[in-house]
Design a protein around this ligand. Structure first.
Ligand SMILES: NC(=O)c1ccc[n+]([C@@H]2O[C@H](COP(=O)([O-])OP(=O)(O)OC[C@H]3O[C@@H](n4cnc5c(N)ncnc54)[C@H](OP(=O)(O)O)[C@@H]3O)[C@@H](O)[C@H]2O)c1
Length: 264
């Protein structure tokens, strides 16, 4: 792991977040990360940190053991054509994060090399991603290695590729859904007396505590809700009003709407 070399192609939102997350693990040297982008200014902060940077993707692919594809989905095919020789001759491990680009799409260009199709979210920059991973043509050792990498960047789960679209919605779009809940709670908090910044702290920490309760205990959310809802109390009154207004139903409908769109 310490000696693994990474190429991150594309220093946009996700490529940068992954590079930051890898650097924060503390056990991957900056000099073992080669990050590329067409725009030099996107690379400046990584250059300062000691990462290798360049606009030349072939150089980066040649350098790395693991090539992380972090460009927009419509750039993936051209990029793979460009670095194909490096990937195929040295049997590099490809880790693609591109939404909607299937393992078959990748194999069509580079053949049956080891491929991990992953779906992280933006919290990868603070090592709190939920990363769903599907794979093809990989060995057990390669699977353990890639899991070990993403385990340091949050939580991981291996899933069959046909669930990747669902993972995109629940795990990646899910960040935005959770943040919208935080924003709505803040707006309520402001109406009942808090300044925006204090409301943001209270709501964010409460959300994190609630999520950690579930992760730490493995309890069903309703079990934890039962502990907060006194009969005839204030919590159940608020919760029931949210449900009368369609809270659970609107969340479920939103998730299904995103899923129907990602499937197209
Ligand atoms: N955002 C999320 O939450 C999320 C979650 C999971 C997966 N993803 C996936 O992550 C991928 C990247 O998304 P993003 O939001 O990070 O996009 P982004 O911010 O646009 O980043 C992509 C970067 O790659 C650069 N680029 C384009 N072609 C390149 C090439 N041939 N070589 C090197 N760099 C190149 C782009 O430069 P230009 O801007 O100049 O084109 C841009 O800086 C997408 O495939 C997306 O589906 C995103």
């Amino acid at each position: 792991m310490n000696n693994l070399k990474f190429a991150i192609i594309g220093a946009g939102n996700m490529g940068s977040a992954i590079a930051e997350g890898l650097l924060k693990t503390g056990n991957i040297a900056a000099s073992n990360i080669f990050i590329t982008d067409m725009r030099a200014q996107a690379l400046d902060r990584f250059k300062v940190n000691g990462c290798k940077t360049d606009s030349n993707n072939i150089k980066a692919a040649a350098f790395a053991d693991i090539v992380i594809i972090a460009v927009k989905p419509y750039h993936v095919k051209t990029l793979l054509e460009e670095i194909k020789t490096e990937l195929v001759t040295a049997k590099k491990i490809i880790v693609s994060i591109a939404a909607g680009v299937s393992i078959a799409d990748i194999e069509q260009v580079v053949g049956k090399v080891p491929i991990f199709r992953t779906m992280p979210n933006t919290a990868i920059s603070i090592q709190q991603s939920m990363t769903c991973i599907a794979e093809a043509n990989t060995t057990k050792e390669q699977q353990s290695m890639v899991l070990e990498i993403f385990d340091q960047l949050g939580k991981t789960v291996i899933i069959p590729e046909d669930l990747i679209n669902a993972a995109t919605v629940l795990g990646s779009c899910g960040t935005a859904y959770a943040l919208r809940f935080i924003r709505a709670s803040m707006e309520g908090g402001i109406e009942i007396g808090f300044s925006a910044d204090i409301a943001q702290t209270i709501v964010s920490q409460t959300m994190m505590g609630a999520a950690n309760l579930i992760l730490a205990t493995g309890n069903h959310p309703e079990q934890e809700i039962d502990r907060v809802t006194t009969p005839q109390g204030i919590t159940i009154a608020g919760l029931n009003e949210m449900e009368h207004q369609g809270f659970s139903s609107s969340v479920i409908k939103g998730i299904i709407t995103s899923y129907n769109k990602v499937k197209k």
